[in-house]
Design a protein around this ligand. Structure first.
Ligand SMILES: [Zn+2]
Ligand SMILES: [Zn+2]
Length: 374
């Protein structure tokens, strides 16, 4: 019996050590009304193109870093490891899929069409056949993607351009006019392209931000310093491939890049509102007195507030950073002329690191009740 118990205990060891080695760090960015906020990286490579990791590692990394959805997008036309890895493109998805399933992650079948600029590189998502994209002619490759009802986006439009400023060529006009430029990376790896951001806003193109990681993510991102890889937030009705596809097609995305969120106001505003709470239980102060208003930020994103318009009865601090996972203080002072009684005040700020346009921060309001005493 004792021997049996020892054997039983020993048999548990691999399982226990697995549990200790693997922990997931959730990305704390809340869901918004009507939609799940899915954390997605839709551009990365493995040894099946010019990456340096085995496909299952991409699933492990995605899980550990708090992602919900990922796409391995190996180059269709470029496989420098082909002498060692001979089974070809598309195999990376097949190898990573069981691992993704085991971890409860969604993996989207994808590839990168890789041509010199113009037209440049394009990621294609929701494929049935990757090999169908293997055409000499770029337009035939795009047609093969269109035939599969794929989602097509322009990758790193500023890459290898002077000062990383993207150039819109005739090829892009054709793609766009034919309805085949569904999205664009406004962030790739460590680069943000403001001009691409502008194009997405003007032409209603879905905004994406992805890691385009080739090495193990730990070689590229300093997790200990609180860094994270660039990702796309997808606002989906459900955790299904169909819902993710619909959200991408409808432009329901935002980009999480360094300490910034970039996206439309309709998505960034509810993220802010669901993250930030007034922590002070009651606010009481006499005319001309100051008060420390305590405000908690439950998200992983710092919010850098710059005062917009003033409140007529109170003064309040111009610049405040609401640090992630912490409670910060906003100094307020009632004006000498403030009327005694209970009032609702609205502090108006612009969040400078939540970009709703190029160099345009998100306007927000913080409301609280205060009693002005005699
Ligand atoms: Zn590329
Ligand atoms: Zn790439």
């Amino acid at each position: 019996m004792k021997k049996f118990r020892i054997i039983l205990l020993l048999s548990l060891i691999p399982m226990l050590s697995f549990g200790q080695l693997y922990t997931r760090k959730e990305i704390k960015i809340p869901d918004i009304p009507g939609y799940l906020t899915l954390k997605c990286d839709l551009h990365m490579h493995t040894i099946f193109s010019d990456g340096n990791v085995w496909p299952t590692v991409r699933a492990d990394e995605a899980w550990r870093e708090g992602l919900d959805v990922f796409a391995i997008s190996d180059h269709v036309e470029y496989q420098p490891h082909h002498k060692d890895v001979t089974t070809g493109i598309g195999r990376s998805y097949e190898i990573a899929k069981p691992r993704a399933d085991e971890l409860g992650l969604m993996i989207i079948k994808a590839a990168e069409i890789t041509r010199d600029m113009p037209p440049g590189h394009f990621n294609v998502l929701f494929l049935d056949s990757i090999s169908a994209l293997d055409k000499d002619d770029f337009w035939e490759a795009i047609q093969a993607a269109v035939d599969q009802d794929a989602f097509i986006f322009w990758n790193h439009p500023g890459w290898r351009q002077p000062d990383e400023i993207p150039i819109w060529y005739d090829e892009h006009t054709r793609l766009f006019d034919e309805g085949n430029m569904h999205g664009m990376e406004i962030v790739n790896e460590r680069s943000y392209y403001p001009l691409a951001h502008q194009w997405c806003l003007e032409r209603n193109i879905t905004m994406l931000g992805n890691s385009d990681i080739h090495d193990p993510t730990g070689m590229f991102v300093d997790f200990a310093a609180g860094q994270h890889r660039a990702i796309t937030l997808v606002f989906a009705e459900k955790f299904t491939e169909e819902s993710v596809k619909k959200a991408l097609e409808k432009g329901r995305t935002a980009v999480y890049y360094n300490d910034m969120l970039i996206g439309n106001q309709e998505f960034l505003k509810p993220i802010f509102e669901k993250s930030v709470f007034i922590a002070s239980r009651s606010v009481k102060l006499g005319p001309g007195e100051t008060f420390n208003l305590q405000v908690t930020n439950h998200s992983d994103v710092p919010f850098m507030l710059e005062a917009a318009e003033g409140e007529k009865d109170i003064f309040y601090q111009d610049n405040v950073t609401l640090y992630p996972g912490r409670t910060s203080i906003i100094r307020i002072r009632s004006k000498k002329i403030a009327e005694p009684g209970i009032h609702t005040y609205t502090l108006q700020y612009v969040v400078s690191n939540l970009l709703v346009g190029v160099e345009t921060g998100l306007p927000v309001e913080l409301k609280f009740k205060a009693e002005i005493t005699e």
